[in-house]
Design a protein around this ligand. Structure first.
Ligand code: S3P
Length: 184
């Protein structure tokens, strides 16, 4: 990856499948870096005054994806943010182009057991619930399989399975030092 456009003003963007710890890692990273943290799902929920699940149920996925792209377009104009995204942000190539414009994109990954454990609860993840016809593990595997190549658009990837939030943050910070977003 060419990192020539990255500097101390660049955004740090966290992508990855559901249950890989994007929000918690992003929030911790932002506080360690002294930066503002934005979570695209939370921002959409606040602005719509509705939970993601309700947006999907009442307005449909396309409506949500349009909001997601609008949010990404807005945030990609800003600087020095740590941005966590929803797991489906990779579904539109346009989103990735926007996010890379002023930022580095880091993909968090986790093994199936970890993801299964973190996404067990129904009624919070409409895309996974829709895919789950009784076997949640297969539903996760199918979605990961469909999206695998899309997550590979990230500049870097960090495995979060069996690792503490602090360890994950350290690895991300190492990457950020290497590309010059954080001072050595
Ligand atoms: C989605 C993931 C969710 C949320 C929405 C759609 C997806 O975010 O954006 O339910 O398509 O993978 P999390 O990855 O934070 O669960």
């Amino acid at each position: 990856m060419s990192a020539f456009h990255l500097n101390k003003q660049s955004n740090v963007v966290i992508i990855g499948f559901m249950g890989t710890g994007k929000s918690s890692s992003g929030e911790m990273l932002a506080s360690r870096m002294g930066r503002k943290f934005v979570d695209t799902d939370k921002l959409i929920e606040e602005r719509e005054g509705m939970r993601i699940n309700t947006i999907f149920a009442e307005k449909g996925e396309d409506y949500f994806r349009d909001l997601e792209t609008k949010t990404v377009a807005e945030l990609s104009e800003k600087r020095r943010l740590v941005i966590s995204t929803g797991g489906g942000i990779v579904k539109r190539h346009e989103n990735m182009e926007l996010l890379k414009k002023n930022g580095i994109v880091i993909c968090l990954t986790a093994d199936i057991d970890t993801i299964l454990m973190r996404t067990e609860k129904k009624g919070e993840r409409p895309v996974l619930d829709r895919e789950d016809t009784g076997d949640r593990r297969s539903a996760i595997e199918k979605l990961i399989d469909e999206r695998k190549e899309l997550y590979e658009q990230a500049d870097y990837s960090v495995d979060t399975s069996d690792r503490s939030p602090l360890e994950i943050n350290e690895e991300i910070l190492q990457i950020l030092r290497r590309v010059g977003i954080v001072g050595a």
